[in-house]
Design a protein around this ligand. Sequence first.
Ligand code: ARG
Length: 472
Amino acid sequence: MTNDSSHDSNGQPDGQAMWGGRFSAKPAELMQAINVSIGFDRRLASQDLAGSRAHAAMLRQQGVISRGDEAEIQQGLATIEAEMATGTFPYREEFEDIHMNVEARLRELIGPTAGRLHTARSRNDQVALDFRLWVREACDRTVGQLKALQLALVQKAEANADTLMPGFTHLQPAQPVTFGHHLLAYVEMFGRDAGRFSDARRRMNESPLGAAALAGSPFPIDRDQTAQALGFDRPTANSLDSVSDRDFALEGLAAATLCGVHLSRLAEEIVIWTTPQFGFIRLSDAFTTGSSIMPQKKNPDAAELIRAKVGRLLGSFTQLTVVMKGLPLAYSKDMQEDKVPTFEAFDALELSLLAMTGMIHDLEPVPARMAQAAGAGFSTATDLADWLVRTLDMPFRDAHHVTGQAVKRAEALGCDLSELPLADLQALSQGITADIYEVLTPRASAASRKSYGGTSPDQVRAQAARWKDKLK
Ligand code: ARG
């Protein structure tokens, strides 16, 4: 628990006295076990160093510490940074968290001057700063990953601007669409997701450093200077709020959850499309696995795992919301529980985005299968009705009725709408001419939907071009 020895305090091997060992832990050991956070907040190491460097420079500039002291501190922090980079930095549980680990190491390296770094600062504003910097970087990374995914989708969409497939409602064939159009739907969703991360970033981009424990500082600190040095737009305006809110992380997690929902829907479609029953797309071995017993299987595991990850994302959002709910101002130790769910969520999201991007590049459509399915299920029935309205000036309700009868007749004859004899159509409505066959193929149906944002190949190419331009 508190040391890595394989024997408990009674000299018993853990295997024999596992529970006894736990119960015999002393209060001090239990306290350390529940209090310690270095195991996870070490991920804030680089943010902690950046904050300390900016703080030390500001203290010197304001005459709070001497030039010599600052130089020593910066030197020590540089050594720590190098130790972290080479994996030699000693992360120690006895020093509880990342902030005290850094300070303890600084003291070992430069002596008592290290103690001056914490002037006009508290771990409360320090952790608020470090965590905010971490979430800000995570949002920026995510936006970059989303763009890469969008670009992959746009490229596939452009290459498939006139690849026909059935469009579905209720997962029943509805009207023919193009595969490119379908893929671009997700480009829109991921674009809004990226927008949510950018919005959240804009709001969180205020520096809490200098709020100190909760009330601000009596030292002549310059919060604008540290804010600027750390890339913030401005310092936060209320010290209590600065150390006590984690809404920036919650916004990131909310955006991550929504993005996870979109990823999950696309993943589900990939799962459906790769079934032998659909057979719309193929994935290479790179993103599928075989079965240990059924040699014919090719399972879309990556898509399934992406589909599932939203559980983790929403779980993290829920976890932190519950932690924060009902906490009085200002800092409470509950808030140490903000990190694990946030780290886990962004890790899961990153992996999902990268795997989905890889899968989109990897997938190959099977146009023949898609086209065949695009024509099935009387998918051009709406086109027939629209033709009656446009050409014969029939009210749409009547056209809907005539079309229903045509579908019934085709069903009885076991043929497609485009294969119905003209005489059968004319029996339903006298004015129908052979021209009607031009709108009854899936290709004509898709090509006719030229309205802005519609599925016609021209529209798809135009939207793909717009996105390519935007993602540059
Ligand atoms: N490890 C703590 C956290 O993550 C740092 C802040 C501790 N502050 C305090 N007053 N105990 O929240």
